[in-house]
Design a protein around this ligand. Structure first.
Ligand SMILES: CC(=O)N[C@H]1[C@@H](OP(=O)(O)OP(=O)(O)OC[C@H]2O[C@@H](n3ccc(=O)[nH]c3=O)[C@H](O)[C@@H]2O)O[C@H](CO)[C@@H](O)[C@@H]1O
Ligand SMILES: C=C(OP(=O)(O)O)C(=O)O
Length: 435
C-alpha cells in the first residue's frame, strides 16, 4: 500500500497543465475494437486505470505502438476472442470500471462480448442493467453466471431499434452507442448521457464512418453502417482534474493558472466553485485562480436560503467533483449543503475531515452540511486512508491546507486517475513525498 507524506500550510504558485481525461480515454480505447484499421490516439493519460485497459487490449491481440508521451497507435485486425474465456481475462477485466465498455464493440463486430463484474470505485451500488437492457433491445442474448459474476451477450447481427434508457448512464450510453453503430438499421437512444466524454466518442465514431445525429443531446440517432475505418483522436483535458486544481488553489490561498482547459467543455464546473465564492477567471483557454487572501464567501439563493450543491447527469454538475467541493467548503464563509444524489457511499470519508477539525454534519448517506471556518481555524494534520479516487484527492487537498504533516495511505486509489500527481504538485510548491 503506497503512502503520501504531506507537509501542509504552504501556499502554491504557478501553472499546472491538466492530463487527458480519464473517463474519455476509457471509452475511446474500447472503440479501437470497432475497426481492423489503424487508430491513432493522443493525450492519453498515464494513469493506472488507463494502463490496465491498454494491457487488456494487448492481451486481446490488438497491436499497440507507443509513438510518444500520451500518443499510441492501435490496430485490432487479429483479435483473439478465446482470451475472453480465459481465467486471466476473468481476473484482469475486474480491475477497473472502464473494461465494461469492451462489451459493446466486441458484440457489434464479432457477435459476442463478455466481461467479469468490473471494478472501479466502491462508492455504492453500480449496476449494469442499463448496458445489458440496451444490448438485449438490439437483439442480443444475455447470460449471467452468478457464481463467477461473469456477464455475456451474443448476437449474430444486431438490429437497430428505439430505446428509452432507464437512466442516463455514462458508460452504459457509450457501450450501447458502440454496439449500435454497426447494427442493421436505425437505433434511437433517448435519455442518453451526453457528457463531453460521450460527445468526444461520438465525434470519433463519426470520423470512423458512423452515422450519428443528436451529439451533445439526450436523443441520439444512429444509422448502422457495414464497417468502420481508422482515425486520429485527441483526448480533452480532464475536467475533474481541472476542478480538483481549482479547489486546491482556493483552499491553500494559492495563485494558480490551469493551462489549456477547453473552457467551453467545462459546463457547470466553474459556476459550482463560483457559488462557493471562489474567483474563477477565464484567461484565453486557461483558468486563473487569484490568491484568495480574504477567503471566499458562499452565495446564498436570492431568497436568502442556504445553498445546495448537487450532482445531476450532464449538463448538470458531475458527481465526481462533489467530494472536492465539500472539502473546499470547509474554509468558506457560510454554510452549504452538499447533496450527492447518484452514489450512496461517497460521502462517508467526511469522518476523516471531522478528525481534522472540519465542521460537517453528515445528514444521511447522500447529504452533508458544511459550516465553513472562514480560515478562522486551520485543519489539523492527521493520518488517513484514501477510500476512493475523488475522496483521496479531497483528503490530499485538506492535508495540503492543514497545519503539520499528514499521511495518506492507499494512494493507489489516487494513482488510478491522477497522473504523476506528487511530482506535478511539487512543481508548484507542494511539500509532498511518496513513501
Ligand atoms: C469510467 C467512468 O466513466 N466512470 C464515470 C461514470 O460511471 P458509470 O458509467 O459507471 O456511472 P453511471 O452513469 O452508470 O451511473 C452512476 C450512478 O448514478 C446513478 N444515476 C445515473 C444516471 C441517472 O440519471 N441517475 C442516477 O441516479 C446510477 O444509478 C449510478 O449509481 O459516470 C459516473 C456518473 O457521472 C461517474 O461518477 C464515473 O466517474
Ligand atoms: C468514480 C470514478 O471512477 P470509476 O467509474 O472508474 O470508478 C471517478 O472517476 O470519479
Amino acid at each position: 500500500m503506497g503512502t503520501f507524506r504531506i507537509e501542509g500550510g504552504h501556499q502554491l504558485k504557478g501553472e499546472i497543465t491538466p492530463q487527458g481525461a480519464k473517463n474519455e480515454a476509457l471509452q475511446i480505447l474500447c472503440a479501437v475494437l470497432l475497426t481492423a484499421e489503424k487508430i491513432t490516439i493522443h493525450n492519453i493519460p498515464d494513469i493506472v486505470d488507463v494502463n490496465k485497459l491498454i494491457a487488456l487490449l494487448e492481451d486481446l491481440g490488438v497491436k499497440i505502438q507507443k509513438k510518444g508521451k500520451g500518443s499510441y497507435t492501435f490496430k485490432a485486425d487479429d483479435v483473439n476472442l478465446d482470451y475472453l474465456q480465459s481465467d486471466q481475462f476473468k481476473h484482469d477485466g475486474r480491475g477497473l470500471r472502464g473494461s465494461i465498455m469492451l462489451v459493446g464493440p466486441l458484440l457489434a463486430r464479432f457477435g459476442k462480448g463478455y466481461i467479469p463484474k468490473p471494478g472501479g470505485d466502491k462508492i455504492g451500488r453500480r449496476r449494469l442493467d442499463t448496458h445489458f437492457e440496451g444490448f438485449i433491445k438490439l437483439g442480443a442474448k444475455f447470460r449471467y453466471n452468478r457464481e463467477e459474476y461473469f456477464y455475456g451477450v451474443e448476437a449474430e447481427k444486431l438490429k437497430g431499434t428505439y430505446m428509452l434508457l432507464d437512466e442516463a448512464s455514462v458508460t452504459g450510453t457509450a457501450n450501447i452507442l458502440m454496439a449500435a453503430v454497426l447494427a442493421e438499421g436505425t437505433t434511437t437512444i433517448y435519455n442518453a448521457a451526453c457528457e463531453p466524454y460521450l460527445q468526444q466518442l461520438s465525434k470519433m465514431l463519426v470520423r470512423m464512418g458512423a452515422k450519428i445525429t443528436g451529439i451533445g443531446s439526450n436523443l441520439l440517432k444512429i444509422e448502422g453502417v457495414e464497417s468502420l475505418g481508422g482515425t486520429e483522436h485527441t483526448m480533452l483535458p480532464d475536467m475533474i482534474e481541472i476542478g480538483s486544481w481549482i479547489g486546491l488553489a482556493a483552499m491553500t490561498k494559492s495563485e494558480l493558472t490551469i493551462k489549456n482547459v477547453s473552457w467551453d467543455d467545462l459546463g457547470q464546473i466553474p459556476n459550482a466553485f463560483q457559488k462557493l465564492g471562489i474567483t474563477v477567471e477565464r484567461h484565453g483557454d486557461d483558468v486563473y485562480i487569484p490568491k484568495h487572501e480574504k477567503g471566499y464567501q458562499v452565495q446564498n439563493y436570492i431568497d436568502g436560503s442556504i445553498l445546495t450543491i448537487a450532482d445531476a447527469p450532464w449538463p448538470g454538475l458531475t458527481p465526481d467533483l462533489l467530494s472536492i467541493l465539500l472539502v473546499v467548503a470547509i474554509q468558506a464563509k457560510g454554510e452549504v449543503v452538499i447533496h450527492q444524489k447518484m452514489f450512496e457511499s461517497r460521502l462517508f470519508f467526511v469522518d476523516k475531515l471531522l478528525d481534522m477539525g472540519a465542521k460537517i454534519i453528515l445528514c444521511d448517506p447522500h447529504r452533508a452540511t458544511v459550516i465553513g471556518h472562514n480560515f478562522q481555524s486551520t485543519l489539523k494534520a492527521t493520518t488517513m486512508t484514501s477510500p476512493d479516487i475523488r475522496a483521496g484527492v479531497s483528503l490530499l487537498i485538506a492535508a495540503l491546507s492543514a497545519k503539520g504533516t499528514s499521511t495518506i495511505h492507499n494512494i493507489e486509489q489516487i494513482d488510478r486517475g491522477y497522473e504523476n500527481i506528487d511530482e506535478r504538485l511539487r512543481a508548484i510548491g507542494a511539500k509532498i513525498d511518496r513513501i
